[in-house]
Unconditional design. Structure first.
Length: 307
């Protein structure tokens, strides 16, 4: 596929949106990739990292291998993700701490519209696809209700599998990779490792993430090629079930101490805005939900007009 510089800039912007979503424990960058129309290309590009790529590199050179990898696409996208994480992480963390209801409301509207968008990709809804939608919804909801594990000094083997599982969640629409790390009790050790420059833990997580994404992307690619409607149905359900995690009004059941020694929510329960107990900011929350919802509808319309 021949692309212009403008096309790669747009891909980079989509990467920025993915990175911003991944910073929030509860919103998946995979959802953003799906609604921005690059999800299947991302899966196929990642799944091309295999022995055949190395053989092409040896026999036909770097240029051919780079083309086979779809390297320009991947580097544009992940550069956007990287720039987003390092530039927007502090802003989104501040918003989560100071205006959490409004931030969650925006993402709630965005993800709600994403359910409609992904569901419309299913060409034919039947008993099997409806069952898979319900199964995906229940599974995602169950995951959002799990109590996080507390783990202060996990082993390297544990961190390897935590990285592998988290990266799978990161490319799967619905639950974010950072939320999976929280559930596994690996979120705090990962932050500590980054802050303390613990190379052994960081490298173990990265190797686990690399192995996880290479295996999982191939599985998803195979599912899309052979059972696209059923795969889309279960992904639609997974996004629907994950709405519980990003519901704006929550009652804190228990707290934990984060890596900075601050008291932060640990286990939460979704409640009605009318029984929230504090100012629910309902008017502004509805406005931002509509804004997030409208943004996805607008993106879909632009993509449809373009095609």
């Amino acid at each position: 596929m021949k692309r212009s510089l403008k096309d790669y800039i747009i891909i980079g912007i989509k990467g920025v949106a993915m990175g911003a979503a991944d910073v929030v424990p509860g919103v998946s960058g995979g959802t953003i990739a799906f609604i921005s129309g690059i999800y299947e290309e991302l899966l196929m590009s990642i799944s091309n990292i295999n022995l055949n790529l190395l053989q092409t590199l040896r026999s036909q050179g770097v240029k051919k291998a780079w083309t086979l990898l779809n390297g320009n696409f991947l580097i544009s996208l992940f550069l956007g993700v990287f720039l987003s994480v390092i530039s927007l992480a502090k802003l989104i963390t501040w918003l989560l701490n100071n205006h959490s209801i409004l931030l969650w409301s925006f993402f709630f509207g965005l993800v709600l519209a994403s359910i409609i968008y992904v569901g419309k990709q299913v060409r034919q809804w039947n008993i099997v696809s409806i069952f898979l939608f319900i199964f995906g919804s229940c599974l995602a909801y169950f995951i959002t209700m799990l109590t996080p594990i507390v783990s202060e000094n996990p082993s390297l083997i544990f961190m390897f599998f935590a990285g592998a599982i988290a990266i799978c969640a990161m490319i799967l629409p619905g639950i974010s990779g950072s939320f999976i790390l929280v559930l596994l009790g690996a979120y705090k050790p990962v932050l500590n490792a980054v802050n303390e420059r613990d190379i052994s833990i960081i490298s173990t997580i990265l190797v686990g993430a690399l192995v996880g994404i290479l295996i999982f992307s191939k599985l998803l690619k195979w599912l899309f090629e052979n059972y696209k409607d059923y795969t889309l149905a279960i992904l639609t359900g997974f996004i629907f079930g994950s709405l519980n995690k990003i519901w704006p009004w929550k009652k804190v059941l228990t707290y934990r101490i984060n890596s900075h020694g601050e008291k932060v929510p640990f286990n939460e329960l979704s409640v009605s805005p009318f029984s929230f107990g504090e100012d629910p900011q309902l008017f502004y929350a509805i406005i931002l939900s509509i804004l997030g919802f409208s943004l996805i509808i607008l993106l879909e319309k632009i993509a449809r007009d373009k095609s």
